[in-house]
Design a binder for this molecule. Structure first.
Ligand code: ZN
Length: 120
């Protein structure tokens, strides 16, 4: 969800559900669709809730975040991936060997790796 203030002052926005997937050997893949603001946020005097900011993604995708489509986006600052331990298995069931025990082991190994990187 993008607020009017985030639309006015933010530069980077993400669409969809950002997530991180772990492979069976501890490999970590990040899935993010990042959009950048390409212009000024337009606002309306008569309807103060209304806003529209132009955005682009990659070389050819462009569009707008408006008040009615704001719930499909979140700002880069409020991305759940800012927490290094945020992990989901949404898109990678085939990469994970079935079994809760294995998932627990993979997550424990990843947490240990993140903790080690924080110390460095
Ligand atoms: Zn995100």
């Amino acid at each position: 969800m993008i607020t009017k203030a985030q639309a006015m002052f933010g530069h980077e926005f993400h669409s969809g559900d950002c997530h991180r997937a772990l492979g069976p050997r501890g490999g970590c893949t990040t899935y993010t669709v990042a959009w950048r603001a390409t212009g000024k946020c337009q606002t309306w005097m008569r309807d103060r809730r209304r806003f529209r900011v132009p955005i682009k993604h990659g070389m050819f995708d462009s569009g707008y975040i408006a008040d009615h489509s704001a719930r499909e986006f979140h700002s880069a600052e409020s991305c759940p991936l800012n927490d290094p331990l945020y992990i989901t298995f949404v898109d990678a069931p085939r990469n994970i060997v079935p079994g809760v025990d294995n998932a627990v082991k993979v997550i424990a190994a990843y947490e240990a790796k993140v903790r080690k990187e924080r110390k460095d």
